[in-house]
Structure formats: C-alpha cells, structure tokens
Design a protein around this ligand. Structure first.
Ligand code: ACO
Length: 304
C-alpha cells in the first residue's frame, strides 16, 4: 500500500495516555498455576509480569480520558473515536459506551486487526482527518486475560491486559504520518486464532518466524516510502510479543535496542494496546523529541 499522499490534510499527535488494571500476575504466580518457571519465561519471552482482570471498556475509558486531558481538549471537541480491540466486552457498542462515559458526542467504531489494530486504526484516523475531521481519539485496548486458558502453559505466560490512546489533530500540510503500510496474509490464519467464545490458540514457533519476517518486510516498505533508513529512526515502537522477536527484527532493520521501546517485561503481550502503551511510556519518559522519526510496527492474528 502507498505512502501518504502529500496533498491530503495531515495530522499530528497532540495527546496520549494509558491505563493498566491494578491486578498484577508475576511469573512466580504463574509457577503455581502451570508447569513453568520464571527463568524459562524470562529467557524465552522477556516477560516478568503482566496486568490482568481488566475490561476493554473500562480500560478504554481511563486511557481515553488521560489522552484527552493531555491534549488540552475537552471531550466535546472530539470528532471521532476509534477503538482497536480483539477482545470487545460486548458484541457491539463498546466504543459507544466509552463515548458516553467520556461525555463525547461523535461517530464511533471498533477495529479488529488483532495486535496490529492500533496501527490500522492510526491510518484509518488519518483517513477521517483527510476527509475533514479535526480531532480523532484512537484507543488500543485489549483484555486478553479473558480469552487466555490459564491451564495452558504455551499461552498463559505471554498475555496481559491494558489500554493506550492518542489524540490526533488535523494540521496544515502533510502532518506527522510520513509513510504507512498495511498488509495481511489470511493463509497464515490457522497458526494464530481464537474462535468466538474460545481461547487463544497458536503455533508459537511458526508465529515467531513469521512475525520477524513480516515486521521487517513491512518496516522496510515504510522506510523505503519515507526515503529513510534504519539509521534515521529515533525510536522503534514494535508490537510487544516477545523480546527475542523484537531483537531479531531490530538486528535486521539496523536499529539498536537503545532506540527501541520495550515494555513487555512489565506488561506482557497486550495485543492492540501494546504499541500505544510502549509509545506512551516513551513519550512520558521524554524519549521522543519534536521532529524525531518514530517507526511503529505490529503483527497479529489473521495474520495482519
Ligand atoms: N514453561 C516451561 N516450558 C515450556 C513452556 C512454559 N511456559 N511453554 C513451552 N515449554 C516447553 C515446550 O514444551 C518445549 O519443550 P520440549 O522441548 O520438551 O518439547 C520447550 O519448552 C521449548 O518450547 P518452544 O516452543 O520450542 O519454545 P520457543 O523458544 O519457541 O518459545 C514461545 C515459545 C515463547 C511461545 C515463542 O515461540 C513465541 O514467543 N512465539 C510467538 C508467540 C506470539 O508472538 N504470539 C503472538 C500472539 S498475538 C495475538 O494474537 C494475541
């Protein structure tokens, strides 16, 4: 897919926020639930603890509120709300409930592109802004703990709950989105799936292999569209699934780990929330300065 059309009205991120539910599940807690060890989980995934028992709606409200507050806008200023989630609490109306709770009056919808959902939603939000919207709230929220089989050590050690959000505002000129790429390969769906009402299922090794490949391919396309190289990237904000996937992708992209946002040790894989949570962490820590090039890259079920 193409780079942004420079004649389209662009956008800039003017606010951000995040939320994690209070209950923390450590690797030591998991040792008492399944046949595993802290050492194995840290070595194979980099994860030490995760937050659980959140609801997608509740976490979205908190992250959305924080993002609006940091933007300096009021809820009435928001023209559209997009929630990226693969774990809605209700069959429909999740985003509408969040809209009502935050006191917004605007169009709302949900995007399900699994762990890539936040990146897909950012591009969709830019589309709305190109069509005339001024302020768009984009939230990535997932409560994977409710679709995790806590008796299955293959998956139980990896996932957590959380939400992250940004407010995009239209601006003159092309804005901050320099280039983008969205893709999917439905033929890989059977290696990572969850039936409606069922638990996450995956072939971990195959997901790992493909994840590295597709993250690098997609990132390289975007670097090419933008006319830059890995050296020009101030911060890489990758999907937080496994530290070894991130390291392998960084190696191939020529971005060292010092220039990479990592929060999975504290949060595990939070699906559509993982990139905005890592972005929020980096912004809050002052790791991104105005004018810096930031590369967001996700992969997820579908496979997206
Ligand atoms: N604790 C201890 N041992 C374990 C555990 C565990 N939790 N899980 C598996 N093992 C065992 C296996 O049974 C295997 O034993 P064996 O050698 O006797 O057969 C051994 O550890 C090694 O297992 P592998 O599967 O080879 O381990 P690997 O190094 O591939 O790591 C992991 C497994 C962490 C799942 C890795 O493959 C991975 O991260 N894959 C990608 C997962 C991912 O990104 N999923 C995205 C989901 S996104 C979404 O849609 C929500």
């Amino acid at each position: 897919m193409p780079a942004t059309d420079s004649s389209a009205r662009g956008a800039t991120i003017i606010g951000w926020g995040s939320y994690l539910p209070p209950k923390v599940l450590t690797n030591h807690d998991l040792e008492r639930m399944v046949d595993t060890s802290d050492e194995w989980i840290v070595e194979r995934s980099g994860i030490r603890e995760r937050h659980v028992d959140g609801t997608t709606i509740g976490m979205s409200i908190e992250a959305g509120r924080a993002a609006i507050q940091s933007s300096g806008l009021s809820p009435a200023d928001i023209d559209a709300l997009i929630i990226a989630t693969t774990t809605p609490d209700k069959q429909w109306g999740n985003a509408a409930t969040v809209q009502d709770a935050l006191g917004m009056r605007c169009g709302v919808f949900e995007i399900n592109a699994a762990c890539s959902g936040f990146v897909y939603s950012l591009v969709a939000a830019h589309g709305l802004i190109a069509m005339g919207a001024t302020n768009v709230l984009v939230i990535g929220a997932d409560s994977l703990s409710k679709i995790t089989d806590w008796n299955d050590r293959n998956t139980a050690v990896l996932f957590g709950d959380g939400a992250g959000a940004v407010v995009l505002q239209s601006c003159d000129g092309p804005g901050e989105l320099v280039a983008w790429d969205l893709d999917a390969d439905g033929s890989a769906g059977p290696i990572l799936w969850a039936d409606v009402g069922g638990y996450i299922q995956m072939e971990g090794k195959e997901v790992f292999r493909r994840a590295v490949r597709i993250m690098v391919d997609s990132a390289n396309k975007v670097l090419h569209h933008a006319g830059v190289s890995g050296d020009d990237i101030a911060l890489l904000v990758p999907h937080q699934a496994n530290i070894r996937i991130i390291q392998a992708a960084c190696d191939r992209l020529g971005v060292d780990m010092d220039r990479t946002a990592v929060v999975l040790d504290r949060m595990g894989n939070t699906s559509a929330a993982s990139i905005p949570l890592a972005l929020d962490d980096a912004l809050t820590k002052g790791r991104i300065a105005p004018g810096d090039l930031v590369l967001l890259v996700g992969f997820g079920g579908g496979m997206t």
